[in-house]
Ligand binder design. Structure first.
Ligand code: TXA
Ligand code: MG
Length: 319
């Protein structure tokens, strides 16, 4: 097992040195834990794909301490400037054209002419990124197709000794991955609903973004149908849980009858539910139940992202 280190200044300095010499470091962000590598180092980036067991070279998000360092690698337009100023640091990823002198490995763009960039809102991530002084490529620190990790122990359970170091910064505050907005075309396109609500994003853009079509042309492989998969089958929109099911509940009125129940938010708050989603999915998956069942979630606030992840978690598995 890789060392899990509490995120002290010493541990962060060690992690930064490890990244600068081509190593892999898992680190906390406000959304989920990331599996980081020096984004300017082709070999280090290639190691990410190997560690995740990713079948394809999916493009990766490059992480920065601030918008200015991101702007050295990709081209910001007025919309991107405004979103960065309002939201960063925060749970929004922007897909923007690469600059001609972009230093980020082409592997991170996976053949596209764009690069995804984001500035995380988490003190450990911020300190680490400043100490590294280079963009850090990081997908979620889970094996490909599995549930994203929201704690250091989740990372250790999933990635074992394929990482050099895991920085423990506690549980992730948002708990669901960043919203991904493609600004490389004329109209903004939401590639993945996430930690920034669609309502807020539309307000900031002054228009509702287009939606990337699920199952359509894969411009964002995170759009693959079977993703975020627990081991056990998952049934959605459930109001009649069975005695052999583990129920992911939401709201005050919870039907009886499940073998085990975890309530994402007894008060019906989608932000609280998002923060609990992946941890509760993992707990129910590990519980002595045959299958999982989830109650309906409203598509307001972070409910849209939760519904998206649950739909993928329940999708038929590709081999
Ligand atoms: O919250 C997050 O975004 C977390 C933390 C660690 O930052 N990261 C994350 O990375 O969720 P990952 O690799 O698990 O998901 C990123 C998604 C992938 O589905 C990928 O296909 C998409 O972003 N993506 C990355 N670069 C892209 C690009 N240039 N164009 C379109 N999609 C892109
Ligand atoms: Mg992921």
């Amino acid at each position: 097992m890789p060392p899990i280190r509490a995120a002290s200044p010493d541990a962060i300095a060690e992690a930064a040195a490890c990244l600068r010499s081509g190593g892999l470091v898992a680190f906390p962000t406000e959304t989920v834990y990331g599996l980081g590598a020096d984004a300017t180092d082709d070999r280090a980036v290639a190691h990410i794909f190997a560690a995740k067991g990713r079948p394809h070279f999916n493009p990766l998000i490059a992480h920065f301490a601030d918008a200015d360092t991101a702007a050295a690698e990709v081209v910001f337009d007025a919309r991107a400037d405004r979103l960065a100023a309002e939201v960063w640091p925060g749970p929004l990823t922007l897909v923007l054209p690469r600059r001609r002198d972009c230093r980020i490995s082409l592997l991170c763009s996976a053949g596209l002419e764009t690069q995804a960039v984001r500035v995380p809102d988490q003190p450990v991530a911020q300190e680490l990124l400043r100490a590294v002084g280079r963009p850090v490529a990081a997908p979620s620190a889970n094996r490909s197709g599995r549930i994203s990790p929201t704690s250091a122990t989740d990372v250790a359970a999933d990635l074992g000794d394929t990482v050099d170091l895991i920085l423990d910064g506690g549980a992730c505050r948002v708990g669901i991955e960043s919203s991904i907005l493609d600004l490389s075309g004329r109209h903004p396109r939401l590639l993945r609903p996430g930690g920034l609500s669609l309502e807020r994003l539309s307000e900031l853009l002054g228009e509702a973004p287009e939606f990337a079509e699920p199952g359509g042309a894969v411009t964002s492989p995170g759009m693959l149908e079977s993703h975020y998969a627990p081991d056990k089958p998952l049934r959605l929109e459930v109001d009649d849980p069975q005695p052999d099911e583990g129920l992911l509940a939401f709201g005050a009125e919870v039907p009886a009858g499940a073998a085990a129940t975890l309530n994402l938010s007894p008060t019906g708050d989608t932000t609280e539910a998002a923060a609990n989603l992946f941890a509760y999915l993992r707990r129910l998956d590990a519980a002595p139940v045959r299958a999982l069942a989830a109650m309906p979630i409203p598509d307001i606030g972070l409910g849209l992202a939760i519904r998206d992840r649950l739909r993928r978690a329940s999708a038929p598995r590709s081999a």
